[in-house]
Write a protein that binds this ligand. Structure first.
Ligand code: SF4
Length: 362
């Protein structure tokens, strides 16, 4: 991102822009850049205006996601930000696709963590048909036992693979664009932006919901962020995870500077304004980049991961629950009996709302 402005020579009426967005206005490139380049002194006004949009479409609800790294490392691709790539020396665990027992254990932990969505993530360019078959049969069991909403992130998919996953009960596919079309070749050379777009379209054709987002802070320009926001808007993705680069030693981006919390918040405001009805998830790198301002991210975003990320630690789940409670927001959990049993065992979940009533469409 470009250097943050300390003061601007003009002031934007962020509430007027929010009014327009609530009336159906699609923000322009200039407005997107204005959001990212707005001065620190306007941050609260910008966030308050963005919150009005969040509140219209998502109320005070927070949708929690639980990640399971189902296959780690061993990836032949060269994505520069990723600790699991072939060019990474990062000291991570490397293992093949987990067996059914381990994936079911992950589902149980997702319920314990009050997550409504269980994300099964496998490293690699794309899965083999055998791997897709294994995940499909396991997802059927997870659905029966826990009723979790299931999102799979498995790399590039063929139409047959997407249909197999849909038939097994997978609700959604995550496949991040990660950055703009123009910047993409600077972070990956082993597959193209178009490959990623094609997988998203293939999954949509198979009837799967689309989850696609990005990583902020890889050296891209403000215009790159606006471009990817508009690309995701045009794809009408259901859900956008906004990650903030957590630079990992041993990866090509290991020494990229950290973002400021204010830059992160402005980026979230951009993605909410650009695609107001989509679920917006404050994602990886939340703790290290937003630091003491994590809670403020939920005035723009309406979901987050609970517990750990793929190869990095998140803050303890209890801290996430406390943050939501302190904001006066509510965690959405499912209506499946596994969730009800969890509530009964724990004397009722702290502040939860049924997914039937949240209007999230998820
Ligand atoms: S394809 Fe996925 S797992 Fe492989 S290097 Fe890229 S981001 Fe990492």
């Amino acid at each position: 991102m470009d250097a943050p402005h300390v003061m601007a020579d003009r002031s934007t009426d962020w509430h007027a822009l929010a009014d327009c967005v609530l009336d159906g206005h699609r923000i322009t490139v200039e407005e997107g850049l204005d959001i990212l380049r707005s001065p620190d002194v306007e941050l609260l006004d910008l966030l308050a205006a963005t919150y009005r949009i969040r509140r219209r479409y998502h109320g005070h609800k927070v949708h929690l996601y639980f990640l399971k790294n189902a296959k780690s490392g061993l990836c032949p691709e060269d994505c520069g930000y990723c600790s699991q790539s072939i060019i990474s020396d990062a000291p991570i665990q490397r293992y093949a696709l987990l067996n059914e027992t381990k994936l079911m254990e992950g589902a149980a932990r997702a319920v314990e963590s009050q997550a409504r969505t269980y994300c099964i993530v496998a490293s690699g360019r794309g899965p083999s048909d055998r791997e897709v078959g294994h995940i499909a049969s396991t997802v059927k069991k997870i659905k029966d036992e826990y009723g979790l909403h299931i999102c799979c992130c498995l790399g590039l998919l063929t139409p047959d693979q997407a249909q197999t996953l849909k038939a097994a009960g997978v609700d959604r596919i995550n496949h991040n664009l990660n950055s703009s079309r123009g910047f993409y070749e600077k972070i990956c050379s082993t597959h193209t932006y178009e490959d990623r777009i094609n997988t998203l379209k293939t999954c949509r054709d198979a009837g799967l919901e689309l989850c696609s987002g990005l990583i902020v802070g890889m050296g891209e320009t403000d215009r790159d962020l606006v471009d990817v926001a508009f690309e995701l808007r045009d794809l009408a993705v259901h859900s956008t995870p906004v990650n903030f680069l957590h630079a990992i030693d041993g990866t090509p981006l290991g020494d990229v500077r950290e973002l400021t919390p204010r830059e992160c918040l402005r980026a979230l405001c951009l993605f909410r304004m650009a695609n107001p009805q989509a679920e917006l998830r404050v994602s990886g790198g939340r703790e290290v980049n937003l630091r003491s301002m994590q809670a403020m991210s939920l005035y723009a975003a309406n979901s987050m991961f609970v517990s750990d990320y793929l190869t990095t630690k998140g803050q303890p789940a209890e801290d996430d629950f406390k943050m939501v409670e302190d904001l006066g927001f509510e965690i959405i959990i499912g209506d499946h009996e596994a969730h009800q049993e969890w509530k009964a065992r724990n004397g009722g979940a702290p502040t939860v709302a049924s997914c039937e009533t949240n209007g999230c469409g998820g």
